[in-house]
Design a binder for this molecule. Structure first.
Ligand SMILES: Cc1cc2nc3c(=O)[nH]c(=O)nc-3n(C[C@H](O)[C@H](O)[C@H](O)COP(=O)(O)OP(=O)(O)OC[C@H]3O[C@@H](n4cnc5c(N)ncnc54)[C@H](O)[C@@H]3O)c2cc1C
Length: 494
């Protein structure tokens, strides 16, 4: 008899848990409350247009530990087309000036020095930090001699990264930019507005651009949905069972040992192990009633900052519309969209670079902006509907500003709010990437077990400040590795 693992949540972390569970000879079942898998790594189709929710970049698109996982889970295969954009994004100031972030650091450095020659030293220092940051790799756990060699050589190759960790681990972007002390007004304005007043970790910012420079954070043509569908296909082909439209309400615990799950229709499913890849907060505080928490968990869920939720307004345009930038951030502090007063601005993404998103001759453009959770949490039905209408009208007016004359070409407008995200994925307070990476948590991860609870593991974005697809998928693999260790089984990946 195979040992059974119940997996809660069919996002990328749950699918990854399922794939590695099947590969290692377990009988696994993924319970997903929505009617499709993928969680937040998803997209929806409207009148021939595809509105993508997640993918901007995928760390590990060309090499490293994450790349291995993308191949093992079928996300990257012979059919995958990956593009590395030359320009990461364009930023537009309140007065209409443009600022470019190039993906290639040498090119960006040249551009910045031309713009602000008086800041050459600081610019070079920042760009060098980014070059070194790309050496960061998560280390796999050591299970064999070869793992040890691999881990040791990864640690050695990471040596240039460690001084950055010490130097900037405790700084946020504002402090980092203050330290760089840009004298050029324009440069200082743009850098200081990249993350607004958020306590965003300097290290996370440096690492992000380092990965782009290495062409290791590419975009997969097709976007988010094919990522999830490829994982689902791999899972099912290994004999995994995906049960959709089933919400887990409770984790069964007997003698402090997880032994199955209860579904919202009352069905009881017994198993030897449980992995929860659902939203961390609802797992710990609802499904387990807050009975298994540590000081670290309480501290994280009470004091770590969350990503501010997003509103996404997707437009289907019945004409070809090009943009100089794939992604544009527009600084517009104090502007109002619906009842949200923007703290920093909004972004526009023109998907014309991915022909799978719209029928030939048509274009998908997406507007996103941050909106505080307090604006949404108590809205009544009619207020919610009215707010969506206000957002729609304001978003159309903004689009017309950027694409004059577009009004008559708008075929579809779709407004997705934090409430939409919670409805379909259960994500706590609409925080789409979980805990925001900040100086007080950037070097921390939460344990994937809970104190006093046996045969239970956590997986998913809530274990790692910053969230994102790569750590979520890695966490599913790690959970199964730990189960294998408990079973005294060799962990395999194929
Ligand atoms: C706008 C946006 C842009 C993003 N851009 C990127 C990007 O460019 N690159 C990147 O790496 N990441 C990006 N992300 C983040 C990425 O999407 C997430 O970090 C990742 O998908 C999280 O995966 P997960 O499996 O941990 O959680 P989720 O995707 O939240 O999945 C959790 C799953 O559990 C299910 N579930 C919850 N509760 C229950 C229950 N009680 N019973 C049964 N099922 C349950 C949910 O329905 C869901 O399917 C972006 C996210 C958003 C929203």
């Amino acid at each position: 008899m195979k040992r059974k693992i119940s997996i809660i949540g069919g996002g990328v972390a749950g699918l990854s848990s399922g794939i590695y569970g099947q590969l290692n000879g377990f009988d696994t079942e993924v319970f997903e409350m929505h009617n499709i898998s993928g969680g937040q790594c998803t997209a929806w189709d409207r009148k021939g247009y595809r509105f993508d929710f997640c993918l901007h970049w995928l760390v590990g698109s060309s090499k490293g530990v994450f790349h291995d996982i993308w191949k093992e889970t079928n996300v990257i295969n012979d059919q995958t087309t990956i593009i590395d954009h030359d320009i990461h994004s364009g930023i537009i100031s309140e007065t209409g000036e443009e600022f470019i972030i190039y993906a290639n650091i040498d090119r960006w450095e040249k551009y910045l020095v031309e713009m602000a020659p008086e800041d050459t030293q600081s610019i070079k220092r920042m760009c060098n930090d980014m070059r070194k940051a790309a050496f960061f790799e998560p280390l796999g756990s050591v299970k064999s001699f070869w793992d040890l060699i691999k881990t040791t050589s990864s640690a050695i190759s990471m040596l240039p990264f460690f001084p950055l960790l010490i130097k900037y681990g405790k700084k946020n972007c504002k402090e980092y930019f203050n330290e760089l002390n840009f004298r050029n007004k324009q440069l200082s304005y743009f850098m200081n507005n990249l993350f607004g007043d958020r306590n965003f970790s300097a290290l996370a910012f440096i690492m992000m651009l380092g990965w782009f420079n290495q062409k290791n954070a590419g975009y997969l043509i097709g976007g988010s949905l094919p990522i999830s569908m490829s994982m689902e296909e791999r899972y099912k082909s290994l004999g995994g069972k995906l049960t959709t439209n089933k919400r887990v309400t409770k984790i069964i615990v007997e003698n402090n040992t997880a032994s199955g799950v209860v579904l919202s229709d009352g069905t009881i499913v017994k198993s030897d192990y449980v992995i929860s890849a659902a939203d961390g907060h609802s797992t710990i505080y609802d499904m387990l009633e807050g009975k298994y928490v540590s000081k670290e968990i309480t501290n994280a869920y009470e004091s770590w900052e969350l990503f501010t939720p997003l509103v996404q307004v997707s437009f289907g345009i019945k004409a070809e519309k090009k943009s100089a930038y794939i992604a544009q951030s527009i600084i517009a502090k104090g502007k109002r969209i619906g009842s949200t007063v923007l703290e920093n601005g909004y972004s526009l993404m023109n998907y014309s670079f991915d022909s799978t998103m719209a029928p030939k001759g048509k274009t998908v453009i997406v507007l996103r902006f941050e909106t505080p959770w307090k604006n949404w949490k108590d809205l009544k039905d009619d207020e919610y509907k009215a707010e969506k209408e206000r957002i729609k009208a304001d978003a159309i007016a903004i689009l017309e500003l950027h694409y004059p004359g577009i009004l008559t070409d708008i075929e579809v407008v779709d407004v997705a709010t934090p409430i939409t995200n919670i409805k379909y994925t259960g994500v706590w307070k609409g925080s789409y990437e979980g805990f925001m990476p900040s100086p007080n948590n950037i070097s921390k991860t939460l344990k994937n077990t809970l104190p006093g609870l046996n045969n239970f593991w956590l997986a998913g974005q809530w274990l790692f400040p910053g969230g994102g697809l790569p750590p979520s998928v890695l966490s599913g693999k790690t959970a199964v590795k730990h189960i294998c260790k408990k079973e005294k089984k060799k962990f395999v990946v194929d």
